[in-house]
Ligand binder design. Structure first.
Ligand code: HEM
Length: 288
């Protein structure tokens, strides 16, 4: 067997993907998300894209569950996301969600890579599982809180099943276990290097998806040349309108209109405030 690298796989993965992680965080889509500026339309497209990605990833994890190059990190009960994404998509798109969503080009590229890896280079599958699942258990938890607040989603969790891991009681400990399992996968130095490269590739595939989402929601032509305007109308099963995405959109619109009515510069606001103050004093003096 060829020489094994000195550093643990988990440490090497973290180090190697640091730069692409920053790149992913700094995509326009993720920056808007972090600022709480993600629109409902963007969020719905994001979930739809994730659904295709996780369906492919989990199909390949299932295929390789007994393969020693993947088996140690096979945690379907704790990690699988496809079923929770199905719930979220039904919440946002309604019962016909399967007909409403589509797999856009960058997502399809990611899906194709996952199938290729799962079928032809299964030793690289751990890189994809790492990128998505450890990401969901890390930054994903921050995004959950932001999405809930900015889209006014119910605190009971509807529409956010993707971000919830009910089978994991302690996320920090689970991540430690996951890292230990990754480190226990038998591999030589050449394979480890290929896994590190694949992890970077996986981040880049995610970045391409975010960039495509951005283009789609801006109504600009997508990479395949089609200007895609996703549907805005919403169907939800939620009975509490104030918590529904519809209410969120209405709220968003109302907030925008409200903002439009206010003077845009602080100076103008001061002048207006002084004007009203002077008027109040004048009326007071007049009525005395
Ligand atoms: C706004 C977007 C994001 C934020 C705020 C964010 C934030 C974080 C934070 C705080 C950690 C924890 C670091 C630690 O425990 O030391 C983390 C880890 C991680 N993130 Fe992100 N992240 C974001 C996007 C992404 C994306 C898009 C991916 C991949 C698709 C990703 C994949 C990962 C992975 C794999 C880890 C685990 C690193 C390790 O411990 O090896 N993150 N992220």
């Amino acid at each position: 067997m060829a020489e094994r690298m000195s550093q643990d796989l988990s440490e090497a993965l973290k180090e190697t993907t640091k730069e692409v992680h920053e790149q992913a965080e700094n995509t326009q889509f993720m920056k808007s998300f972090q600022k709480g500026k993600v629109s409902l339309r963007e969020f719905k497209l994001y979930l739809a894209s994730l659904y295709y990605v996780y369906s492919a990833l989990e199909e390949e994890c299932e295929r390789n569950k007994d393969n020693p190059v993947y088996a140690p990190v096979y945690f379907p009960t704790e990690l699988n996301r496809s079923a929770s994404l199905e719930k979220d998509l039904e919440y946002f798109y309604g019962p016909t969600w399967r007909r409403e969503i589509q797999c856009h080009k960058a997502t399809q590229k990611y899906v194709d890579r996952l199938h290729h890896v799962g079928q032809d280079e299964p030793e690289l599958l751990v890189a994809h599982a790492y990128t998505r699942y450890l990401g969901d258990l890390s930054g994903g938890q921050i995004l959950k809180a932001i999405a809930q607040k900015s889209l006014h989603l119910p605190t009971t969790g509807e529409g956010l099943a993707f971000f919830n891991f009910p089978e994991i009681t302690n996320i920090h400990k689970f991540k430690q276990l996951y890292r230990a399992r990754m480190n226990a996968i038998p591999m030589d130095a050449v394979t480890e290097k290929r896994i590190l490269e694949e992890a970077k590739r996986s981040f880049l595939l995610n970045i391409e998806v975010f960039e495509e989402l951005q283009r789609l929601t801006q109504g600009q032509p997508s990479a395949n040349g089609n200007a895609v305007q996703p549907k805005l109308e919403l169907r939800t099963r939620g009975t509490n309108r104030s918590h529904s995405p519809v209410a969120a959109v209405e709220n968003e619109r109302a907030q925008m209109q409200h903002k439009d009515m206010l003077p845009s510069t602080p100076l103008l606001r001061w002048v207006l405030a002084l004007f009203f103050l002077a008027m109040t004093v004048a009326v007071g003096l007049y009525t005395m």
